[in-house]
Ligand binder design. Sequence first.
Ligand code: CO
Length: 167
Amino acid sequence: MILTVLEFPDERLQQKSVPVTKFDATLGKLLDDMAETMYSKNGIGLAAAQVGKFIRALVIDLGPAENQEAKLWEIINPKFTKTEGKTVFEEGCLSVPGYTEEVSRKAKVTVEYQDRHGKQHTLEADGLLAVALQHETDHLDGVLFIDRLSPLKRRMARKKLIKAVTL
Ligand code: CO
């Protein structure tokens, strides 16, 4: 089922998500629906908070991006245990349609997470996967990529976005 994606300036996007404690069929169905929603909009990542479910769960599939191997990642309760370096990617977001901007992130990350069955995993990532993990985990903390821009760029971005949605 394709879910409705919340869009800026919806204040619910600022809400902090709570850890997942129940690894049941409801969680599985939500993850399936999130993946379907992400694919339907040609996104490469989606956090549960973006569909109004404020639990720490996200999906990523870099397949639609260039030169990337398709794999659906289901990441529950992510925790960054190690980060390294700096990288800049031009980011967009399904919750901030029609706007992209360069964002500075950690270049390499180690993430501990659980799968849909509650099993613990460790993932080392760099490149676009590292960026996507940080972007989606930000959503779980109520942070959008436009919040990570320099104050000047952020003012310009918000002005442009608010204008776009109020026209
Ligand atoms: Co996003």
